[in-house]
Design a protein around this ligand. Structure first.
Ligand SMILES: NC(=O)C1=CN([C@@H]2O[C@H](COP(=O)(O)OP(=O)(O)OC[C@H]3O[C@@H](n4cnc5c(N)ncnc54)[C@H](O)[C@@H]3O)[C@@H](O)[C@H]2O)C=CC1
Ligand SMILES: CC(=O)C(=O)O
Length: 372
């Protein structure tokens, strides 16, 4: 198969879809790997490092897209990229289609085979291609939140861990999955008081166990959320209903109840955001805005700024799937792996992921029908 690794164009998106080692594995399996000129630079990989393992460097983005049977990316395509795709081309990347009507329309019109990293399911119902970036973003959410609480960033001027004789900050995390657990690890490590809110009793029991009483666990309902949002110095949004728009769990009134200079980091922004006052996606170059005196941070590609760590972690997870798709062809690979089949979001002008179809009022075609 001819596989194209495209250079990312999103603001400060420094990751790349494959490391040279990953590209090398695909070349050794007999595939042709085309890498867009300078695609790896943001993650510290030169064109030469890809050329050395047998990949071909392509200077022109359009030629790369025209020649490739499968495009491997990191982020969902932006408007400037829509026209580059062609019918029957496989797109293997994060897609986050539920809140992105224009992108969905473009992929349907182009009849792209869109396999989304974030909806592929692994053993025990895990999300193996989302998890590594959720680990990164969860950890980052606390270091970013800690900085935003500093006065020069319009925060209330408090240190997350406090000091002896002065109380530490209250961190409230809504969603105790991969992002939430990693955020809690960092916040506990920095000495903050930490509360995790989730709607799964099993998950809360697990978190209570692993943190050994160093976090408070709370069942998710609007009463509890309102109570804890009011107390939060740093509020982290980390909920997910796979493939669907994030539920808006924190209302405008709840945000108004927060103290001036408190901080919200809504990691769930890539699925549309879980906080009512998060009304825009921000960028690494302009990451925050103020509403009701509260700092709002809503960057949808947080791991893009710690690109070297993230690119290694992402390729570790995606490569086995990329190899399956390339070796067997997409159809057989999906037939052989029901979890990979859950990644198919669009095919030949049809939406094949139910939550995306429901959120966008579009007709839904089950993957089983496509594979029959
Ligand atoms: N902004 C960024 O750069 C990044 C964003 N993300 C996003 O972060 C979000 C969270 O991802 P993960 O932690 O991997 O998902 P996950 O599936 O591991 O965890 C989600 C948690 O939310 C909980 N949940 C669902 N509905 C809830 C409700 N009504 N109340 C409370 N909890 C609820 C679930 O029980 C689960 O524990 C996703 O939208 C993901 O795409 C991930 C990486 C980077
Ligand atoms: C998960 C995701 O959207 C990201 O890593 O950017």
């Amino acid at each position: 198969m001819i596989i194209g690794v495209a250079k990312e164009i999103k603001n400060n998106e420094n990751r790349v879809g494959l490391t040279p080692a990953g590209a090398g594995d695909l070349c050794r399996a007999g595939h042709t790997v085309l890498v867009e000129h300078s695609a790896g630079l943001g993650s510290g990989f030169s064109d030469e490092s890809y050329a050395k393992i047998g990949a071909t460097i392509i200077a022109d983005k359009k030629i790369l897209f025209d020649r490739s049977e499968m495009i491997i990316k990191v982020k969902e395509p932006l408007a400037a990229e829509y026209d580059l795709f062609h019918e029957g081309q496989i797109l293997f990347t994060y897609l986050h289609l539920a809140p992105e009507a224009a992108l969905t329309k473009a992929l349907l019109e182009k009849k792209v085979i869109g396999i989304a990293y974030e909806t592929i399911v692994g053993r025990n119902n895990t999300l193996p291609l989302l998890s590594p970036m959720s680990e990164v973003a969860g950890r980052m959410s606390v270091q970013i939140g800690a900085q935003m609480l500093e006065k020069p960033w319009s925060g209330k001027g408090i240190l997350l861990g406090g000091v002896p004789g002065v109380e530490s900050a209250q961190v409230v995390i809504i969603g105790g999955g991969v992002v939430g657990t990693n955020a809690a690890k960092m916040a506990v490590g920095m000495g903050a008081r930490v509360t995790i809110i989730d709607n799964s009793g099993d998950r809360l029991a697990y978190l209570d166990d692993i943190f050994g009483g160093r976090v408070t666990t709370v069942m998710s309902n609007s009463y509890n959320i309102a109570k804890w949002v009011e107390k939060a110095d740093l509020l982290i949004g980390a909920v997910l209903i796979p493939g669907a728009k994030a539920p808006k769990l924190v209302s405008e009134e709840m945000v108004k109840s927060m103290e001036i200079g408190s901080v919200i980091v809504d990691v769930a922004i890539d699925q549309g955001g879980s906080i009512e006052t998060i009304d825009r996606v921000t960028t690494h170059s302009d990451p925050t805005y103020m509403k009701y005196g509260v700092v709002h941070y809503s960057v949808a590609n947080m791991p893009g700024s710690v690109s070297r760590t993230s690119t290694f972690a992402l390729t570790n997870a995606t490569l086995p799937y990329a190899l399956k798709i390339a070796n067997k062809g997409w159809r057989q690979a999906l037939k052989d792996d029901a979890g990979l089949a859950r990644g198919l979001n669009v095919y030949n002008g049809q939406v094949t992921f139910k939550a995306v179809a429901d959120d966008q009022n579009l007709p839904y075609t089950p993957v089983a029908e496509i594979l029959a």
